[in-house]
Ligand binder design. Sequence first.
Ligand SMILES: Nc1ncnc2c1ncn2[C@@H]1O[C@H](COP(=O)(O)OP(=O)(O)OP(=O)(O)O)[C@@H](O)[C@H]1O
Ligand SMILES: [Mg+2]
Length: 257
Amino acid sequence: MSQSPLVRVEGMTLQYKTPDHLVTATYRVSFDIHQGERVVLLGPSGCGKSTILKAVAGFMPPVEGRITLKDRVITSPGPDRMMVFQEFDQLLPWKTVRANVAYPMLVNGVSREEADSRACDALAKVNLSKFIDVYPHMLSGGMKQRVAIARAMAMRPDVLLMDEPYAALDALTRRKMQEELLQLWDDVGFTLIFVTHSIEEAIVVGSRVVVLSPHPGQVRAELNCDHLGFAERESAEFGRLAGRISSMLFDDHEVAH
Ligand SMILES: Nc1ncnc2c1ncn2[C@@H]1O[C@H](COP(=O)(O)OP(=O)(O)OP(=O)(O)O)[C@@H](O)[C@H]1O
Ligand SMILES: [Mg+2]
């Protein structure tokens, strides 16, 4: 029996107004996200992936359609949706790792003791217990991303939003971070919307991939890949799915279904 979706994006058109023209970033995009799913938004540069995340985060209202979280229309940002960005400089440089993770909780009314304890737990989950009292400039890019993930998770959001969080990392660190994220998901069971350009990353990280068409973004296909992870990367099925997605992204005539 399937419960109603946690997040529902319905016929969503998103636009930017610039001084001289209107940019349509996405056109009538619809998809659902159920509790505990890992949904990946995959599409070419400029198709509106980051814009969709901004709208789910509540930074940008749709000009058409709507987004609901637990059946309530999203109209503003909230601590129930936490975002992790691509950039390594998301942390406050004058605060320690522990204080960076605790900060959003303190701002949202969590007591100092509770915030500190949740910060330490979250940092342990991303294997940074030894670094809680150092400052961000002493961390590598991958470690800073782990702190950003811990900071988001410590807020216990309904949805974790990640915009190409590993794009600026080297291949080995990227793979390690993907494995850690999946391990964290196994441990905690959160709901994830993850944006990437990489077909392989999409299949490995996602339980479902939403493939978007080029600008303005429209949903081309939704593909289930829950059963495909690192262990299946060399399998024929993984290869077939990757090939199918690749032809959707690079061949405008591929028909979605
Ligand atoms: N602040 C802005 N003002 C005007 N247009 C914008 C703005 N931000 C994005 N756009 C336009 O909206 C469209 C979608 O942009 P968006 O950043 O969402 O794409 P994306 O899929 O995340 O691309 P990338 O993979 O390169 O990050 C693009 O055409 C972009 O030029
Ligand atoms: Mg983007």
